[in-house]
Design a protein around this ligand. Sequence first.
Ligand code: GTP
Ligand code: SPV
Ligand code: MN
Length: 649
Amino acid sequence: MALTKNKKVLDFVAESAELGQPDNIVWIDGSAEQIKALKKEAVKSGELIKLNDNLLPDCYLHRTKVNDVARVEDRTFICTKNKEDAGPVNYWMDPRQAYELANEIARGSMKGRTMYVIPYSMGVVGSPFAKIGIEVTDSIYVVLNMNIMTRVGVECLKALGKNGDFIKGFHAKCNVDADKRYIMHFPEDNTIISVNSAYGGNVLLGKKCFALRIASYLGKNEGWMAEHMLILGVTFPDGEKKYVAAAFPSACGKTNLAMLIPPKHYLDKGYKVECVGDDIAWIRVGEDGRLWAVNPENGFFGVAPGTNEHSNYNALQSTKRGTIFTNVALNTDDMTVWWEGLTKELPEHCIDWTGKPWDSAKYDKHDKSTCAAHPNSRFTAPAINCPCVSPEFNSKKGVPLSAIIFGGRRASTTPLVYEARDWNHGVFIGSAMSSETTAAAAGAVGVLRHDPMAMKPFAGYHMGDYFAHWVEMGKKVKNPPKIFNVNWFRTDADGNFMWPGFGDNMRVLEWILKRCDGAADAEETAIGFVPKAEDIDLTDLDYEYDDGKKFGVDELKEILAIDKAKWAKEAEEIEGYYNGTIKDRIPQELWDSLNTLKENCKGAVEEVKEKPAAKKNVAKKATATTAKKPAAKKTTTTAKKPAAKKTTK
Ligand code: GTP
Ligand code: SPV
Ligand code: MN
């Protein structure tokens, strides 16, 4: 029975049912009994495997089809009336054509199935940040995951009232046919359509589709921001609390940083880190002129491989109850789960993520095809499970941001940390981000690509307008957070990560937050403010490389050093991206920062090669085409807006 009188909701459900032609329609009310019954049904049908109820109470394993294991960026579309509004880095489809295509694919596809209607809220119901969505889906897996990742049920319909607006989400798994898979966004219609997938980011429509792609578009029009950012709080020994938000591309360390456990001597002094969110931040200007952020999600959809007691204790603890695992391995000795990096010992009897018995003797950690768990296998865990969840997690007004951090996977060039000179310079740094690709999206792994603000796959409109929106937001905040860039992923000649990372990232966070108070020193360099080696606390740091060499001040100096020649190249590369890819709508403020960078690195050019761990790398493009050019000439030219000037409103 319908749970609302909201005509728009009822019409949407009726239209969806007319299209999908399901045998039944079930409204998700959010009650524990209903969820329990659905889990039972999914276990019966084989969609979920029940895990050991003593060791992992209320936990389940789900395996997707092998063709459906990650986001599919080349099948993800922004469907705006004008192609230019989707911009240069999104795939675009004409909305009329997209609706037609989707209807054709989805028509009758729910026959013999049940269509579930999920009313959900992104954000705490009743918070001024919160927005309501309705997702219809023919997948119980989607219902159960949405029930963890968002706030689901009748309270959302109540909040919507009789006439309220909501984001429409239509999901039909169809035959999970990769050739007919489409993830379509209609920002002008508040609508999302997803067909032929049953995997995470493609089908949990509240997450990337709504909370980033649609929400970023809403944010541009309404004066707020939707960002691919974790939010964490640091409590200082004197009791003061400060919050930071950090944007790293997919599988580049957000969940890990959000839940970090500081090194012992920090804990002894009384430092504490708490997690507000691990993936998405909605940010608004507060009455006090600061930026305030909430995490619109209610759970974590985290990368499993590499998660263990030591690397991320808090994430692992979060998965100990009420969790759905996707594409991890099943340890049949005790009906628990396993993935690469969970334990050093390999399990004796285990079924791999494809459902076949796994032969640990054939396991080669350099060959992903021998893995028991898929490299992008995930856990969907309730945020309340997390031992370090912030007391502000359910706050309706959010938390004030002292700092915003950008970061990515960079084998070279980018130092461990540096600070922007001001807001607009920080926006430039975000816009210029590059990172090596990961298993979170289908396609090659380890390829260096531009990923501005970690939003390349998630900005629901023109990237140039998105940059301009950042600049505009800066004008609205009287007390903007300071902006920083970090890189945990510098490698040495042998491919070892040079910085210990994980909990030791606290040492960098401390410098960042002290900078926000003017309480830490730095050196002004060509790219911004960089700490001197003595500004980073290395007390009790014990990190050994594979060859037995220990991390020390010399290594720290190396990863803090600014190589102007490399940065001259980087500036050229950024200019190439601006001119060649984004092309127009880039605000003048960013060209100004680019020109300053070029000016600061003038004269320093050498053959620069960046080699990430995986060898496929686009950096060779830059070295091949530009290294030979005379230094002075190239670096003195001033970056300009392209001739055909299109200004942003
Ligand atoms: P999404 O959920 O895809 O958005 O990923 P994420 O950004 O939350 O990344 P996550 O924290 O799950 O980390 C992804 C991978 O990076 C894992 O394999 C981690 O072990 C690794 N990682 C995270 N932090 C660090 C770090 O500080 N140093 C190193 N070397 N690796 C890290
Ligand atoms: C990411 O890829 O950034 C994720 C996983 O958080 S997904 O939900 O699939 O997008
Ligand atoms: Mn993410």
